[in-house]
Write a protein that binds this ligand. Sequence first.
Ligand SMILES: Cc1cc2nc3c(=O)[nH]c(=O)nc-3n(C[C@H](O)[C@H](O)[C@H](O)COP(=O)(O)OP(=O)(O)OC[C@H]3O[C@@H](n4cnc5c(N)ncnc54)[C@H](O)[C@@H]3O)c2cc1C
Ligand code: FES
Length: 245
Amino acid sequence: MKDEAFRIEENRKLTEKVNYIRLKGNTAAIDRPGQFVSLSLPGLFLRRPFSVCERDEDGIALLIEQAGEGTSRLQALRPGAELSVLTGLGNGFTGELSGDNPLLIGGGTGLSPLFWLARELTAQGKKPIVMMGFRTAADVFFEEEFCALGICPLLFTEDGSAGRKGLVTEALRDLDFSMFYACGPEGMLRAVCEATEAPGELAFDVRMGCGFGACMGCSKPTVSGMKRVCKDGPVFRKEEILWDA
Ligand SMILES: Cc1cc2nc3c(=O)[nH]c(=O)nc-3n(C[C@H](O)[C@H](O)[C@H](O)COP(=O)(O)OP(=O)(O)OC[C@H]3O[C@@H](n4cnc5c(N)ncnc54)[C@H](O)[C@@H]3O)c2cc1C
Ligand code: FES
């Protein structure tokens, strides 16, 4: 884990609630899709964790959904603002296990780590399928960005105002894929696991305290005892999770 100074280069709205934020800084400790960073925001005691959406030698990009005080303050920062960022957090997805045609399933900003994963998998010659789920058409973002990678996503909205009407899980059984990777609300992750026999990895977005393994505040029951999402995750194999414990 490293505490680095990052500077905001770009901060623009994708939808009413979600911003794309590009930060310049040292990315040496960030090496795997599914990892996250933890930002210290002016005036707030606890850091806030966010998945890395894009990563290169010069910096990272995040997709930030307005949830409360921290995310509102972050969305309001202008280019040039400097932030303390903990990097090198989290285990990340095991892209090596993907097989030739993995399925990537994202709900809302759960798409963020999957975008980086999709880019890595296509660079390796794999042919991922992407399913993206939103509440309504006005919430949809990153469809064109995935298409630019050569993977036009299967889009679902709960009210049918864009793409297919319904939940991503409803179409899972019609698809042929080698393994799945999912990130989004916990209810979606569970429904995905229950809808397919295929192996998969889940990235959890839980409420965190310290964010680096000290407080146990983010623990989840697994087949091998309580595991910390921040330190042992945020990615877990689907067989590890005990949903009803
Ligand atoms: C590993 C990880 C990766 C994440 N990646 C992203 C990402 O890429 N983009 C993104 O927008 N968000 C992401 N989150 C969620 C993000 O960290 C929270 O939305 C953020 O910390 C909320 O801060 P806030 O100060 O705005 O809200 P607060 O004022 O702290 O909380 C506002 C409301 O949101 C709820 N809340 C806070 N944190 C979470 C959470 N983690 N999950 C669900 N509800 C929460 C609170 O209970 C409260 O109701 C991620 C979380 C984790 C743990
Ligand atoms: S947030 Fe403190 S141990 Fe995970």
